[in-house]
Ligand binder design. Structure first.
Ligand code: C2E
Ligand code: MG
Ligand code: MG
Length: 506
């Protein structure tokens, strides 16, 4: 690029007699300026407009819509569990995923060729009708889409459906097939905010609502949503007091040998007895506890309480069954975990072999080499190790072989479908044979029916946990069960096949 600057000098008669000036090559300067501008406005990873540029665009959209009296929508899109992908597959793969996601988002709101391919699809049709749907990346796994000139909120809903469908198609990243979902929040000008900043904030709040609804869905902003945020803050502060006020308790769910009906162990499951809310399940308060870091202290309480209970049963002369507790990621990562476990076991006189620690695949696979050290130290202590919700995370088979684990717990989503879905039955069969090869025990979680039990036995699985045998019980109820020496043979007899099964066992 060339920049010229000239002056002229006139002669006595007024005609130009001389021109002088400079001719400069400013390509580099211009490039640098353009580059600066680009860096300031665009996201380096995806090439999409960044937060700053998006905010400017949004402000313009507000002005335009005010002038023309039209409506437009802002979508806030956040990937579900992106952190887990980053943690398990590494940041380079995470980056690759974000680039792919940005391209698919672009495809969802771009007109023309993309639309033509599947024009019967209502999402694509909506996308065609909406001109200049624009995608931006705000941060991390947060994206926005601005939908100009909406005719109705349904247009936005259809685009959101399209986005969810596009996201849920598997991504191939470095040879890994990765499945992600997204949560989408939608705010519409002017009813959900007349200022750019308010619209964005409300789209964000709507996205959180979509997450609360179970993720992989979209949600429109509604004014009363603000109360949900307030509610969460309240729970946070109450949870801080829950420990001091002794509001936490444990329920115990039996793990049953479905061939003999004997209880082989129990899993301790945390509950929160709230003065007004009643008994709060862990699905509600554990995420809040994890966000605030309170989970570490709560996990220490669980270990203490479970061992105290073991001692009570032992002192009462009841059989020494396995006690399983769940480990959250921050607890697993605490450097004094092994010492704390050892100390607690000693204080209550609990044999290490009767304690089982459950952790999910994602907890173990993140920083797998560090996890290996902790697991080995726990094994040396003599405690059992179990992988919880197995089959839902990303396990590396080579780690699985090297980790000193004792047990795989088949996630209940597979068990749920074992009688109706051949794929799930096949997955269970594969997990069982994997466990056999690696000499691990298998436990099926969430067994609810006799039919499921029968199919699981056919697949070679014999230890089961689920409502079919027993819901999680209070310590008193479980003590009663153990005192009576009850087993679950009656459950087995009620199943049509069980008599033959039992004859075989006996
Ligand atoms: P999890 O470790 O996979 O525990 C099993 C969950 O499945 C329990 O839910 C149990 O009540 C439920 N369940 C058992 N049988 C059935 C069945 O037949 N059908 C159905 N639909 N569900 C069944 P719960 O008690 O609500 O706990 C949920 C999760 O919360 C646990 O999943 C675990 O991840 C976490 N959690 C519970 N207690 C603790 C704890 O003390 N510490 C930590 N870090 N996490 C905990
Ligand atoms: Mg568990
Ligand atoms: Mg589980």
């Amino acid at each position: 690029m060339i920049h010229t600057q000239t002056s002229s000098r006139a002669g006595r008669d007024g005609t130009v007699v001389r021109l002088y000036g400079t001719v400069q090559d400013i390509t580099e300067r211009k490039n640098a300026e353009e580059k600066m501008h680009y860096l300031a406005m665009y996201d380096a990873l995806t090439g999409l407009p960044n937060r700053q540029f998006f905010q400017e665009q949004l402000e313009h959209a507000v002005l335009r819509a005010q002038r023309s009296g039209s409506h437009f929508g802002v979508m806030f899109i956040d990937l579900d569990r992106f952190k887990r992908i980053n943690d398990t597959l590494g940041h380079a793969t995470g980056d690759m995923l974000l680039r792919e996601v940005s391209m698919r988002l672009g495809g969802c709101v771009r007109g023309g060729d993309v639309v033509a391919r599947e024009s019967s699809d209502p999402g694509y049709q909506a996308a065609r009708e909406i001109q200049a749907g624009r995608v931006a990346r705000l941060a991390g796994d947060e994206f926005t889409v601005t939908l100009d000139t909406l005719k109705s909120p349904q247009d936005a809903a259809r685009v959101a459906q399209r986005i969810l469908a596009e996201m849920s198609r598997p991504f191939m990243l470095n040879g890994n097939e990765v499945v992600v979902t997204a949560s989408v929040g939608i705010a519409i000008f002017p009813q959900d905010g007349e200022q750019a900043s308010v619209l964005l904030k409300n789209a964000d709040a709507a996205m959180y609502q979509a997450k609360e609804l179970g993720k992989n869905t979209y949600h429109f902003f509604a004014g009363d949503m603000n109360s949900a945020a307030v509610e969460k803050l309240k729970m946070e502060s109450e949870l801080r007091h829950a420990l001091e006020r002794n509001e936490l308790l444990l329920h115990y769910q039996p793990k049953v040998d479905a061939r003999s009906g004997r209880i082989t162990g129990v899993e301790a499951l945390m509950r929160w007895q709230h003065p007004e809310r009643g008994l709060v399940p862990p699905g509600v308060f554990i995420p809040v506890a994890e966000e605030t870091g309170l989970i570490v202290a709560m996990g220490e309480w669980v270990l203490e309480e479970a061992c105290r209970q073991k001692k009570i049963w032992r002192d009462a002369g009841l059989p020494g069954i396995d006690m399983a507790i769940n480990l959250a990621s921050p607890s697993f990562r605490k450097t004094d975990l092994v010492e704390r476990v050892a100390d607690t076991l000693t204080r209550y006189g609990v044999p290490p072999t009767e304690l089982c620690l459950e952790a999910t695949e994602s907890i173990l696979m993140r920083d797998a080499d560090v996890a290996m050290v902790t697991l080995n130290r726990l094994r040396d202590l003599g405690v059992k190790l179990s992988i919880d919700d197995f089959g839902t995370g990303y396990s590396s088979l080579s780690y699985l072989r090297r980790f000193p684990i004792n047990q795989l717990k088949i996630d209940r989503s597979f068990v749920n479908e074992v009688t109706s879905c051949p794929d799930d039955a096949a997955i269970i069969a594969a997990i069982v044979s994997l466990a056999r090869t690696l000499k691990l025990e298998v436990v099926a979680e969430g067994v609810e029916t006799a039919d499921q039990m029968r199919r699981l036995i056919e697949q070679g699985c014999r230890i089961m946990q689920g409502f079919y045998f027993s819901k999680p019980l209070t310590s008193e109820d479980l003590t009663r069960l153990l005192t009576r020496g009850t087993d679950f043979r009656a459950k087995l007899f009620r199943a049509p096949f069980a008599a033959a099964e039992l004859a075989q066992v006996a």
